[in-house]
Write a new protein. Structure first.
Length: 311
């Protein structure tokens, strides 16, 4: 390597260019917060060096030490050869502009619900008029914590069937100092909870549940296999979890309550399963789809159809 190459690789900008080319020549899949080699390279390099993405120009000029370059090389090798997602290599992920600890006990945050939270659920919720929220399948706690950040008056039950996931959520709740407003609950959605309990009435129920069908699970890229299958797989048609929520959510909603659920690519299957139901699908400005909204009144009206399908 000549002196020009050495000088090039001594800055963040040079390292990012090198890693970008390495990723382009690899067979990795971009699916956890990025969709191209350059963004993935920035994610990895900035994450290792703990740099601020909002101060890009200053970061690009930063000198990189020999030890730092060695660490970057090791992580790049793992990313390419083992297909480990960058978020797990770094134990860092971002959602709604907030940083979260993640490992293989939880899914990597990537939901378009982030945009909905940033927009304060307008036009469905006006004047921040909700105070109690249930986050079903909280995983890392990212949705619950983002909600607590945007809405300073709400209290949240962050619910998950996985005790391991709740351990990660606890790390993040403590890191963001929301222990007094976010309550971690171990339950299979609402299955372990009492619908007659007045304390379990919510103004908003929100969920990014498992919605990958069996056939799709069998062809997922290697990166997804590092994630817990319990957070992805949802039966033959990918709607097992969603139907469970639709059948019982109204029992836990206040009269003016709202249900928001992400079903991703299962949107078309859900609509074909319930042709007589008028789903309201959220349109996202910055990408993403497959998130529907129901009021409690709508859920009550369609309840028989949901139960009939659930057998």
């Amino acid at each position: 390597m000549d002196s020009a190459d050495t000088q090039e690789l001594s800055t963040v900008a040079g390292i990012v260019r090198k890693v970008t080319e390495q990723f382009k020549q690899s067979s990795i899949t971009y699916a956890h917060g990025t969709d191209n080699a350059y963004d993935e390279a920035c994610y990895l390099v900035f994450g290792i060096l703990d740099l601020d993405h909002n101060n890009l120009e200053k970061a690009r000029e930063r000198q990189v030490t020999v030890n730092e370059r060695s660490k970057i090389d090791r992580f790049v090798s793992k990313r390419i050869k083992k297909k480990i997602p960058t978020a797990y290599l770094l134990n860092k992920a971002w959602f709604c502009g907030l940083r979260f600890y993640v490992d293989e006990r939880v899914l990597i945050p990537r939901s378009p619900i982030a945009e909905l939270i940033k927009n304060e659920f307008k036009p469905w919720i006006k004047n921040n008029s909700f105070f109690k929220v249930a986050d079903l399948g909280t995983g890392s706690g990212c949705i619950a914590i983002a909600l607590a950040k945007v809405f300073p008056d709400i209290h949240i039950d962050a619910i998950d069937v996985s005790r391991k996931a709740l351990e990660v959520a606890s790390i993040n709740v403590k890191a963001h100092q929301f222990e007094d407003r976010i309550n971690l609950v171990e339950s299979d959605f609402f299955n372990f909870l009492d619908p007659t309990c007045d304390q379990l009435r919510y103004d908003l129920i929100i969920s990014n549940p498992p919605y990958v069908d069996v056939s799709e699970m069998s062809i997922l890229a290697d990166e997804f296999l590092y994630e817990p299958s319990v957070g992805l797989e949802a039966g033959k048609d990918g709607l097992e979890s969603v139907i469970k929520i639709l059948c019982v959510a109204t029992n836990f909603l206040n009269n003016d309550g709202l249900l928001v659920v992400e079903v991703g690519k299962s949107q078309d299957i859900l609509e074909s399963m319930f042709p007589d139901i008028a789903f309201t699908w959220i349109e996202f400005k910055y990408g993403g789809s497959g998130v529907f909204v129901f009021t409690k009144q709508e859920l009550d009206y369609y309840s028989k159809l949901f139960f009939d399908n659930n057998g």
